[in-house]
Design a protein around this ligand. Structure first.
Ligand code: PNS
Length: 174
């Protein structure tokens, strides 16, 4: 039986840190379903389709055939069940992330005891990379090349010219 994991997030936009975690997840599981949160819990700079497209176009050749993208807007545990996943993969950069993620993992376990949460640590160079900061840097004209793929950098520049700019989120800044 194929071992499936879900990798959920808002991905607004996907960063090199997210891509790093995904590549690691693909090494551990047969299939990874990237669950892209529809965004009802926070306003996003990029539409759902844009967020999926930016992620999809930056997969490695190894990952691409084993990864699929699915939008979700309900509970993560329900989404995981629908996809047949045995685990939820989340990236952890800092102790602050850990506290937030631990709470989420414990709540999810109470709701769905058979679903495991697997924390993966991205490469050290991405330890400070988070989508909200990337949006902020781009908003004020800073260079984001070290944090996001080139296609995302281009779209951020365009978004900042045409959209309102930084959107607000709550809790852990993704
Ligand atoms: O990229 P993010 O914003 O850190 O992702 C957070 C996300 C989407 C994974 C989280 O908010 C989530 O799981 N939302 C689905 C709703 C849910 O299940 N909430 C209860 C979690 S304990």
């Amino acid at each position: 039986m194929k071992r499936v994991a879900v990798f959920p997030g808002t991905f607004d936009p996907v960063t090199l840190g997210h891509l790093d975690v995904l590549e690691r997840a693909v090494r551990l599981f047969d299939r990874v379903v990237v669950g892209v949160a529809a965004g009802h819990h926070k306003s996003t700079l990029f539409s759902l389709d844009e967020r999926i497209e930016m992620f999809r176009e930056n997969l490695s050749e190894v990952s691409a055939p084993r990864v699929r993208f699915v939008a979700f807007d309900g509970l993560l545990v329900d989404f995981a069940k629908e996809t047949g996943a045995i685990a939820v993969v989340r990236g952890i950069r800092t102790v602050r992330d850990y506290e937030y993620e631990l709470q989420m993992a414990q709540l999810n376990r109470t709701m769905s005891p058979e679903l495991e949460t697997v924390f993966l640590v991205p490469a050290e160079k991405y330890a400070s990379v988070q989508s909200s900061r990337v949006r902020e840097i781009a908003r004020y004209g800073g260079k984001v090349r070290a944090f996001v793929p080139r296609t995302v950098e281009r779209r951020l520049r365009k978004a900042m010219r045409t959209k309102k700019g930084v959107s607000a989120g709550e809790g852990k800044k993704a």
